[in-house]
Design a protein around this ligand. Structure first.
Ligand code: SF4
Ligand code: SF4
Length: 159
């Protein structure tokens, strides 16, 4: 009987309409991407970058710890020596198509050479295009240095 009264009085319909009316005047959580963006965490793990020191030298010492730690085997490094005889990465490549953006490479690096940026809007028409060589990674590091340093500073007290 209770069920029939509920069904014929359209209680559930009015409840639904009332809910819609209530939500209609609230602030909208939807953002008009890409013109509007939600804030990203300082720990956001986007495209990788290789960093340089203040005097412009490559930070990477070619120790291969990131390569060994990477669970996706997305990093390929050839170590060697630079013109000063110091150990360095002669070639360094990350396959972004294999990467799962776990951040382990960044954690493993003893000299803060490999880092994540907040950039995620990149495409490649062929899978090969997602294999980022050292030159590209260094260029990304140069381009987003300020953003990367600001994110590190914001997160420093939690590390
Ligand atoms: S973020 Fe993870 S999966 Fe991607 S390169 Fe680094 S260690 Fe490998
Ligand atoms: S990025 Fe860091 S961990 Fe990877 S090879 Fe270079 S110095 Fe070693």
């Amino acid at each position: 009987m209770k069920h029939w009264i509920k069904a014929f009085s359209l209680v559930e319909l009015f409840e639904g309409l009332f809910l819609t009316l209530r939500i209609m005047f609230r602030a909208k959580p939807t953002v008009r991407y890409p013109e509007e963006r939600t804030p990203y965490s300082p720990r956001f793990r986007g495209m990788h970058a290789l960093m340089k020191t203040r005097d412009g030298a490559e930070r990477c010492i070619g120790c291969k710890l990131c390569e060994a730690a990477c669970p996706s085997q997305a990093i390929t490094i050839v170590s060697g020596a630079n013109a000063d005889g110091k150990r360095c990465a002669v070639s360094y490549e990350i396959d972004q198509g294999k990467c799962i953006f776990c951040g382990i490479c960044e954690e493993a690096c003893p000299v803060d050479a490999i880092v994540h940026t907040k950039q995620f809007e990149y495409i490649a028409e062929q899978r090969e295009g997602l294999r980022f060589p050292k030159e590209t990674l260094l260029m990304v590091g140069d381009s987003y240095q300020e953003e990367i340093e600001a994110a590190k500073a914001a997160d420093a007290r939690y590390r």
